[in-house]
Design a protein around this ligand. Structure first.
Ligand code: 0GY
Length: 293
C-alpha cells in the first residue's frame, strides 16, 4: 500500500436516510486481496486490500441490496478479483470490466456469464496510460453485441476533445462522477453546460451522480458545493442517473468519508421518493438486471 494511502472508514455510521427496497450501489470496487489477486504491474497506485466480503458487509450495513463492481485501474485488465466478487455474490453483484484489444470472445462470454455488463474506458491521465481511440472503438464494437455498455471516466476540461469519440460509441455510455466538474465554477457556466448538453442531445448517455467527497472543495460532511450539480442532473435526466458509494474510495487525500454520511447526502440530490427510487433502484436495475424488469 502506498505510504500516503488512506484506508476506507473502519466503522461507517448507520445512515439516517433509508434507501428504498432493492437499492443498488452502482459504483464500488474491490482491491485484491493482493495475496490472492495481485495488482497490475502498470498500476499508478497501490491501495489497501478491500475484499468482496468487506464490500458485502458494507452493502448490508448501508441497507443496499446489490452492487455494481467497477474494475479499478490498480488491477489493469486483470478482472479476476472483480469476477470472483460477482460469482460469490449470489447474483447480487454485476460488474464493469477493463479489457484490452487482445481479449478473446471466449473470455468475454465467460465474463458475461459471471455478471459483467460493461467495459470501462478511463481517460484520467493520473490513472492510466494513453490508449488510442481506434483500439477503444474496436473494443466497443466487440462488446456491443453482448448488450454491454461503456463506462467512461474523464475530467471536465477534457470533454471537448473527447466529445466526438463519446458520441460515436455504439452502446449506452455511462459517465462516472458527472464527468468530474470543477464545482468552483458556476453550475450555469459553459463547462458544466457542455456536460448537460451531452446528456440532452444524446439519449444513450447516462451519468453517475456519485463522489461528492472527490469533487467537493467545501468538504465533509455535507459537501454543499456539489449538491447543485448533482441535483441539476437528477432532475433533468431522472431516468439516466446512477449512484454509488465509490467504496473503498481510491486516491482520496485529506479525508476519508464515512459511508453512512455519504448515503445521507442522497436525499439532498434526489429530493422526492420517486427520484430516489429511479436513481437507486429502477435505473440500475434496467441497466444491469434488465431480465428482472
Ligand atoms: C473512482 C475514482 C478513481 C479511481 C479509479 O479505477 C480507478 O483507479 O476509478 C480516482 O482516483 O479518481 O471512481 O474510483
Amino acid at each position: 500500500m502506498d505510504p500516503d494511502w488512506l484506508p476506507f472508514h473502519p466503522h461507517p455510521s448507520k445512515p439516517a436516510f433509508k434507501v428504498p427496497p432493492g437499492a443498488v450501489d452502482a459504483h464500488c470496487h474491490v482491491f485484491g486481496p493482493e495475496a490472492q489477486f495481485p495488482f497490475a504491474p502498470e498500476r499508478k497506485y497501490t491501495p489497501c486490500d478491500a475484499s468482496k466480503d468487506q464490500l458485502f458487509v458494507l452493502r448490508d450495513h448501508l441497507g443496499f441490496s446489490r452492487n455494481v463492481v467497477v474494475q479499478a485501474t490498480c488491477h489493469g485488465t486483470d478482472n479476476r478479483a472483480l469476477v470472483d466478487a460477482l460469482v460469490h455474490s449470489q447474483g447480487r453483484a454485476r460488474g464493469v470490466a477493463s479489457v484490452g484489444r487482445d481479449v478473446t470472445d471466449v473470455e468475454l462470454r465467460a465474463m458475461h456469464a459471471a455478471g459483467v455488463r460493461g467495459v470501462r474506458f478511463n481517460f484520467v491521465k493520473r490513472l492510466v496510460d494513453f490508449t488510442p481511440r481506434e483500439v477503444l472503438a474496436e473494443i466497443a464494437g466487440r462488446i456491443a453485441p453482448l448488450g454491454w455498455h461503456v463506462v467512461v471516466y474523464f475530467e471536465a476540461q477534457d470533454l471537448p476533445e473527447l466529445w466526438d469519440f463519446f458520441t460515436s460509441l455504439p452502446t449506452d455510455v455511462v459517465v462516472d462522477h458527472m464527468g468530474r466538474p470543477d464545482v468552483a465554477k458556476p453550475v450555469d457556466g459553459p463547462e458544466f453546460g457542455l456536460f448537460m448538453k451531452l446528456l440532452r442531445e444524446h439519449p444513450n448517455v447516462w451519468s453517475k451522480v456519485s463522489c461528492p467527497e472527490r469533487l467537493s472543495k467545501s468538504g465533509p460532511p455535507s459537501y454543499d458545493d456539489v449538491v447543485p450539480f448533482a441535483k441539476r442532473i437528477v432532475e433533468a435526466f431522472p431516468d439516466r442517473v446512477l449512484w454509488g458509494t465509490d467504496w473503498p474510495h481510491p486516491n482520496l487525500k485529506g479525508h476519508m468519508p464515512d459511508d453512512g454520511k455519504l448515503v445521507d447526502y442522497l436525499p439532498r440530490i434526489a429530493v422526492t421518493p420517486e427520484l430516489q427510487r429511479k436513481l437507486l433502484v429502477d435505473n440500475p436495475m434496467r441497466l444491469y438486471w434488465p431480465e428482472e424488469n
